[in-house]
Design a protein around this ligand. Structure first.
Ligand code: SF4
Length: 745
C-alpha cells in the first residue's frame, strides 16, 4: 500500500489538535502536529503521537468476546449479539427495564457517532438507571449553566486569546490540556496573555505546572473554592466594584446575590479557605480593574461538596465584573452545527430520584456515586445488568473497590469497549469498536466549548477489519435488541429510520432553514454515506452556518469540511446574548433559588470547620491530572508510561516528618471507603495537610488483558473516594478534600 498523509483531529482530549498522520501499508509511520490547522497551528502533546500505537496495540480487541464457563472466548458478531438478545430479553421480562443500568464513559464525548446513537439506545432500554462520567467531574457546570442560562450546555468559556486577566481555580491545563474550554496549546495561550501585559493567577492546593507558569499562585484548602469565590463577590459589592455594565439589562437577580454573599467577608473566608483576607480583597480588585478579565474553574472546584455553588459563582464573578459575553471575558461558543435555541421549559433537576438514596437526576442521569447502591440493595428496580459504553467505572468512579465486587455478581454485563480491562473483565459479552483511526471524526461536543469558532471533519484513516461493524452499527443493533426486535433485526433499516425521523423533525421545525421542504428531497441530498455521517451532515446543513440544502450555497456542509482537511476557522467568539439563552425570561437568571439557598449550607460549614481534618492530625486527599494519561485507557501505550513510576502520593516534607513518612517508601492511605498502599514522593509543591494521588491507575487485575499496563499497574485512588458524599445539587462525586489518614505501610 502506498505511503499516504492524512489529516485528522486528535480525539484523545478536549484540545482538538490537528494531526498530520503518515501511513504506509496500513500502519502509522509518523504523527506530528498539523502546522496548517488554523486552531492548533502544529501544537501536539505526547498523547497525540500515539494514535498509531493505540491502533496497532496487540491487546486491542478485534473480535467480540463471550464468557463461557468463566473464560472469555472469541465469538462471531452474530453469536455475540444473539447472546445479548437472549439474556437481555429474559432479564428485562423478569425484572423490568430499570434492572438494566447503562454507564457512558468519557470517550463517547469525543465520538460523534456514539453521541448520536446513544440517545435512541437509551430510549429503547426504557431504564432510568443511566449513569455517565459527567457525574464524576462535570455535572456541576451543567446544572449551574442550566439554571443561569436555561440550557445545561450553554457554557461560557474563557476568551483566552483576548483576555487581560485570567483567574484559574482547580484547573491544571498544562497537564489536562483544558476541559470545558477547548483550546489547543494552553501553554502558548497562557504565555501569550503574559506577553501582552496581562496576568495569570492560579488558585490550587498544589503548585501545579500551570501554577509554576503563572504570575501568582494562591494556595487554597481543598474543597473551599466556592467560599473564596463568594468572598470575592462580597468584596466587589462591599467596595462598590460590582459593575456589570451593559449586562445589567440582560441579568436578573444581582441584588439577591449581593444579599446572599453578605456574610462572606474576606476574614471569614480566609479562616475557612486558608487564603489570606488581603489576598481575597486583592483578587477582587484585580478582577475589577483589569480592562478585561475572566474567571475559569474546573475539576478541582467541581468535584467537591460545593461543586455546583463553585461552578455558579465563577459565572457570577464574570457577570459582576461585566465580563460575561464580551471579548476577553467569558463567551459563548457557537458551533457550526448549532441551531437557534428556543426558550425551553424551566431547567430543572430531580425530575426523578434514585431508588435507594433518593438522589436527584440531572440531564436524565443519576449520580454514578449511587450505582453500587442500586446494584446492591434488593427490591423492585434493583440493577441486575449493566451495559458499559467506552467506560471503566471500576477504576474511575467513587468507591471503586465496592463497585468492582458488585460487577462480579451481576446477572448480565455487556461492554462496548476495545479492551479487556478492570471493568470489562466482568462482562459476559464484549463488543469491540473500531480503533480511533478506523472511524471518522467530528467534535460535536467540543466545538461547542471552543475558545474560537472552528469546524473540522476527519474521515477514517484506515478501513475496519472485514466484517466488523462500526460503533454506530453496534449501538443501533443493541437498540434494536432493547426494543425487542431481536438479534436478527436489520440495523441498516433501523439507522435509516432514525435518519428519517431527524429529517422529519427538521422540516417541521419553524426555525430550521429547511422548514416545509420535502423530506424525500432532503434525504436524497444527503447521499449514501454511513448513516451517522448523514445525520451529522443534516445537523451541519441546518445549523446556523449551514448551507440549508441550497438556501445559502456557500454555507457549511460535510462536503465543505471535507474540502478543508485542516479545518475551518470562523474567527474569534462573538457576543451572543440574548440568543445563547434558553431561559423563560430571556435573561440571565443570576440568582436561582436553589443556589442562593445552598450558600447557607456553605456558610454553616464555616463554623463547623468540617473540612479542616488536619487540625486532628489527619490529611485530605486531592486528585492529580497527568499529561501522559487520558483517564484510564492510554496506560497500555509504552511510550506514555515508561520511565519513573508516576502513580505516587505527593506529600509535603512537614507532613512526612510529622507522620513518619520517607521519600520513596510506601505509605498506607486510608479513608472511610478503603485503603491503598502507594509510594510517597516528598515535595514542597503540595500544601501541608494535603496528599495528592493521580487517578486512572490500578491495572493488572486478574482477567484483564493489557500487558504493558499490567507491568506498570499503579494503584486505584478511587478505592478511597467515598461514594456516600456527593454535591447535593448535581449529585456529582466528591473526589477532592476527602479526609484520609496516611501512615508508613
Ligand atoms: S493536547 Fe489533546 S488533542 Fe492535542 S495532541 Fe494532546 S491529547 Fe491530542
Amino acid at each position: 500500500m502506498a505511503k499516504r498523509v492524512a489529516f485528522r483531529t486528535c480525539p484523545l482530549c478536549e484540545a482538538t489538535c490537528g494531526l498530520r498522520i503518515e501511513t504506509e501499508n496500513g500502519h502509522v509511520t509518523g504523527i506530528r502536529g498539523d502546522a496548517e490547522d488554523p486552531f492548533s497551528k502544529g501544537f501536539i502533546c505526547p498523547k497525540g503521537s500515539t494514535l498509531g500505537a493505540l491502533h496497532d496495540d496487540p491487546d486491542r480487541l478485534r473480535r467480540p468476546l463471550v464468557r463461557r464457563d468463566g473464560e472469555h472466548v472469541e465469538a462471531t458478531w452474530e453469536e455475540a449479539f444473539a447472546e445479548v438478545a437472549r439474556r437481555l430479553t429474559t432479564l428485562v421480562a423478569t425484572h423490568g427495564p430499570d434492572a438494566v443500568a447503562v454507564y457512558i464513559g468519557n470517550p463517547n464525548a469525543h465520538n460523534f457517532a456514539n453521541t448520536l446513537a446513544i440517545r435512541p439506545l437509551v430510549k429503547a432500554l426504557r431504564t432510568r438507571n443511566i449513569y455517565s462520567a459527567s457525574t464524576v467531574d462535570q455535572m456541576p457546570k451543567h446544572v449551574a449553566c442550566g439554571l443561569l442560562y436555561g440550557h445545561p450546555f450553554a457554557i461560557p468559556v474563557p476568551d483566552l486569546d483576548r483576555t487581560d486577566f485570567l483567574l484559574l481555580l482547580g484547573a491544571n491545563p498544562l497537564e489536562s490540556n483544558g476541559s470545558l474550554a477547548t483550546a489547543p496549546d494552553w501553554p502558548g495561550r497562557l504565555e501569550a496573555i503574559r506577553r501582552r501585559g496581562g496576568r495569570v493567577v492560579v488558585v490550587d492546593p498544589r503548585r501545579t505546572r500551570t501554577a509554576e507558569r503563572a504570575d501568582l499562585h494562591v494556595t487554597i484548602r481543598p474543597g473551599t473554592d466556592a467560599a473564596l469565590l463568594a468572598g470575592i463577590a462580597h468584596t466587589l459589592f462591599a467596595e462598590g466594584l460590582a459593575a456589570p455594565g451593559v449586562l445589567a439589562d440582560a441579568v436578573t437577580g444581582i441584588d439577591l446575590v449581593e444579599g446572599a454573599v453578605a456574610g462572606f467577608t474576606p476574614e471569614r473566608v480566609a479562616s475557612f479557605t486558608g487564603v489570606p483576607a488581603d489576598a481575597v480583597v486583592s483578587l477582587a480588585r484585580e478582577l475589577a480593574a483589569a480592562p478585561t478579565a475572566v474567571v475559569y474553574g474546573r475539576i478541582g472546584t467541581h468535584t467537591t461538596v460545593y461543586g455546583t455553588l463553585a461552578a455558579w459563582l465563577v459565572d457570577v464573578l464574570n457577570v459582576l465584573t461585566g465580563n460575561l459575553d464580551r471579548p476577553g471575558g467569558a463567551m459563548f461558543p457557537h458551533a457550526a452545527h448549532e441551531r437557534p435555541r428556543r426558550p425551553a421549559r424551566t431547567f430543572q433537576t430531580g425530575r426523578w430520584h434514585s431508588r435507594v438514596r433518593g438522589l436527584p437526576e440531572s440531564l436524565g442521569e443519576l449520580p454514578v456515586a449511587t450505582l453500587a447502591d442500586e446494584m446492591e440493595a434488593p427490591g423492585d428496580g434493583q440493577v441486575k445488568a449493566l451495559l458499559t459504553i467506552a467506560g471503566n467505572p471500576a477504576l474511575t468512579t467513587p468507591d471503586a473497590g465496592r463497585l468492582d465486587g458488585l460487577l462480579a455478581g451481576l446477572d448480565l454485563m455487556v461492554s462496548v469497549d476495545p479492551y479487556l480491562n478492570a471493568t470489562t473483565r466482568h462482562a459476559d459479552v464484549i463488543l469491540p469498536p473500531p480503533s480511533v483511526l478506523q472511524k471518522s471524526h467530528y467534535d460535536l461536543a467540543f466545538t461547542a466549548l471552543s475558545v474560537r469558532n472552528v469546524s473540522d471533519f476527519s474521515p477514517a484513516v484506515f478501513e475496519r477489519e472485514p466484517g466488523s461493524p462500526s460503533e454506530f452499527e453496534i449501538l443501533v443493533r443493541l437498540a434494536a435488541i432493547a426494543a425487542g426486535l431481536g438479534a436478527e433485526a436489520d440495523p441498516a433499516a433501523l439507522a435509516t429510520a432514525t435518519l428519517a425521523a431527524e429529517i422529519a423533525k427538521a422540516v417541521d421545525d419553524p426555525t430550521s432553514p429547511i422548514h416545509g421542504r420535502d423530506a424525500a428531497e432532503i434525504e436524497r441530498a444527503l447521499g449514501d454515506r454511513p448513516v451517522e455521517e448523514r445525520l451529522l451532515d443534516l445537523m451541519l446543513r441546518t445549523g446556523h452556518r449551514g448551507d440549508g440544502f441550497g438556501v445559502t450555497p456557500d454555507g457549511v456542509s460535510l462536503a465543505l469540511l471535507e474540502r478543508h482537511p485542516h479545518g475551518i476557522d470562523f474567527g474569534p467568539l462573538e457576543p451572543r446574548l440574548p440568543d445563547a439563552l434558553a431561559t423563560e425570561s430571556g435573561e440571565v437568571e443570576l440568582a436561582p433559588p436553589s443556589l442562593i439557598a445552598d450558600l447557607t449550607r456553605l456558610e454553616r460549614a464555616f463554623d463547623a470547620s468540617a473540612l479542616d481534618t488536619t487540625a486532628a492530625g489527619g490529611m485530605v486527599l486531592v486528585g492529580r491530572r497527568q499529561l501522559r494519561t487520558a483517564n484510564s485507557w492510554t496506560q497500555n501505550v509504552p511510550v506514555l508510561v515508561r520511565g519513573k513510576d508516576s502513580c505516587v502520593a505527593q506529600v509535603h516534607p512537614d507532613d512526612a516528618g510529622r507522620l513518619g513518612l520517607v521519600d520513596g517508601a510506601t505509605a498506607r492511605v486510608s479513608s472511610a471507603a478503603g485503603s491503598i498502599d502507594v509510594p510517597v514522593v516528598l515535595t514542597d509543591a503540595i500544601m501541608p495537610g494535603v496528599v495528592c494521588i493521580p487517578y486512572g491507575w490500578g491495572h493488572g487485575l486478574p482477567g484483564t488483558q493489557q500487558a504493558f499496563a499490567a507491568g506498570h499497574a499503579g494503584v486505584n485512588v478511587n478505592v478511597l473516594t467515598d461514594a456516600s458524599v456527593v454535591d447535593p445539587l448535581s449529585g456529582n462525586a466528591v473526589l477532592n478534600g476527602i479526609p484520609v489518614t496516611v501512615v508508613p505501610a
